[in-house]
Design a protein around this ligand. Sequence first.
Ligand code: FAD
Length: 568
Amino acid sequence: TYGGITATILAISTGAIVSEERPNDNNQIPQLQLPKDPNNKRERIIVLGTGWASLSFIQEIDLNKYEIVVVSPRNYFLFTPMLTEATVGSVEVRSIIEPIRRVLSRLTSRPTTYIEAECTNIDYVNNCIEIETHDGSEAKAKIQYDRLVVAVGSVPQCFGTKGVEEHCIYLKEAMDAHKIRQKIMDCFERANFPGTSEEEKKRLLSFLVVGGGPTSIEGSSALYDYIKEDLSKMFPHLSKYPKITLVQSADHLLNTFDLKISNYTEKQFERIGIEVLTNTRAVEVKKDHLVVLKKAHARPPGEPINATEKPSKGPEVSIPTEIPFGMCIWSTGVGPRKITQKLCDSIESQKNNRAITTDSTLKVLGIPNGNVYAAGDCSTISQTLLMNRINEIFKEADTNNDNQLSFEEIQVLFKKHATDYPQLSPYSKGFAEFFNEYDINKDGFLQLNEFKRLMEKVDSNLTALPSTAQCASQQAKYLAETLNDQYGKDPSTFQPHNFSYKHLGSFAYIGSHTAIADIPQTFTGGGFGVWWMWKAVYLKKQFSLKNKFLVSIDWVKTTLFGRDISRI
Ligand code: FAD
C-alpha cells in the first residue's frame, strides 16, 4: 500500500499485460506501468469512455500506428437510441449493449488494454491521468499518455430543481431502464392491492415525463404501448386509471425537429391520449407529486404552432399546481460530469465552462502540450473560433469592402465553396427563392450579422453542435482519421482540415406503431411506414451481429407473446 491506498485491483484486459506499481513521490498515488510497445514506436492514446465517441474512435484509429488504452467505469457500450424500448421490455437491456473487451478483441490481435475505472483527474502538464475503481475498494493509480481523448459524455441535468434526485428516475443509463421497468410494475401491483382507494389508484397509475425532447417523447410512447398492449390485459380492472402526462416548459415539443413534426407528434399524442402540458415548468418534485407553474397566454392544447408564432413570453401564473404521480421520469437535457467540470476549471481560459471547449480540430483549447482532445457530449467547439471563421468568409466575399454582401457576391462565394455547402446546390439557379426560404431578404444586401444567421442556417457546424450519438460518432471518426493521417508527419507543419458536422436526420418513435423522421432535403413526416424505417435503421445501426440478432429475437418475442411483466 502507498499512504493507505491499495492499488492492485485494476482490471487490465489481456493476460499478456502485467501491471506493476511504483510509488509516485508527488502525492502517493502509484504509477501504473503498462508495458510499452516492444519496438517503442507506437504513441499511447488513452481514451476516456466507452460510449458513442470512444467506440467510433477506437474503430477508426489505426492500431498499427497507435497503442490504445481505454479507461471507463462502464465496461460496455450502450446503444442509447433503444434504451426507451428497454424500459418496458420491448427489447432486453443486454440485447443493446456490447462488452468493450469483445470490441477490442475483435478489432485487433495486438494486445489492447481496458481498465475499468473512473478518471478522476487529468494532469495535462505531466501528461498523465489519475484513475480510481468503483467497486468499493477505492484503488487508485496514475497512467502516462502521449495523447488523451476525453469522451466521458454527460449527466442528466435538473437545473437545481428540488426533489429530482430523490423522487424521479432519469432515462440515461442501462440501470435507469431497470428502475423504470420495476417502478411501473410496483405501481400496478400496488394499485391492485385490496382496499386501495380510488384516489390512490389514480395517483399510482399517473405517469409523468418531464421534458419535451426526443428521449421524453420516446419514453412516454414506449410506456403507452406497454400499458395498452400488455398491462391493460393483465390488469383489466385497472384499465381506466393509467394516465401519461408529458410536462414541457417550452411551447412545443421536439424543439430541434421541423415544426411540422412537432405538430404531428402533438396530434398523435392527443389521439392516443397522452396529455401534453406545454408552457409548463416543473419547479419542485415532492414524494408523490410534481409542482408546476403554467405560463399565462399559453397556446391552448391541440392548437398547432406555426412558423411565425413567437414563443410565449407571458408571466407564469403565480399559483403553483400539484400533479400527483406514481412514477416521474426526468429527462430535461444534459450537463457536465465532475471530471469535465474539473478539467474546465483547471484551464484558465475555460473556468466555469460547462463543456470542454475545443478548436475546430477538436484539440482542447488552453492546454499547452496540445495533446488533449475532446469529443461527444462533454465537448463544444469554440464559438469565438466559429465567429472568426464567419468573419473570414465574409471578408473574403466582400470584394468592394463596403461591409455588406450583395446577392451576387454571396452567389459567387457559395459557388466557390460548392463542396463545403452542397445543401445550396438546389438554389444555384434562383437565389431569391433561397433567401425567402431562409427568411433573410433585405434590399438585396446582407450585413455581417444577417450573414452570420444565414451561415448558421446552412452550415449547422457553425452553431453549437447537438448532443447526439450522431454528432459524437462523426467527431470521433474525424479525430481518428486526422491522427492516422498525422502519423509520422512533422506536427509543426501538419495542418488538419476542420471538423465539419453533417446532419443526416433524426427519427423518433411516437407510439402505437408510428414514428417520425426529419431527414434534411429528403423527407419530413411520420406514420406507420416511418415506424418500419425507424426499426430498419436502428437494427442496421446495432453495434454487432450479436446485437442485431438479439434485438430481432426480442421484437419477435414481443409480437408473439407480449412483453414480460415480471418484477425482477
Ligand atoms: P456516452 O455515450 O454517454 O459515453 C460516455 C462514456 O464515458 C461512458 O462509457 C461512461 O461510462 C464514460 N465515463 C463517464 N465518466 C467517466 C470518467 N470519469 N472516466 C472515464 N470514463 C467515463 N442520439 C442520437 O443521435 N440519436 C438517438 O436516437 C438518441 N437517442 C437517445 C436516447 C436516450 C435514452 C439517451 C439517453 C440518449 C440518446 N441520444 C441519441 C444521445 C446520445 O446517446 C448521446 O449524445 C451520446 O451517447 C453521446 O456520446 P458520448 O460518447 O459523448 O457519451
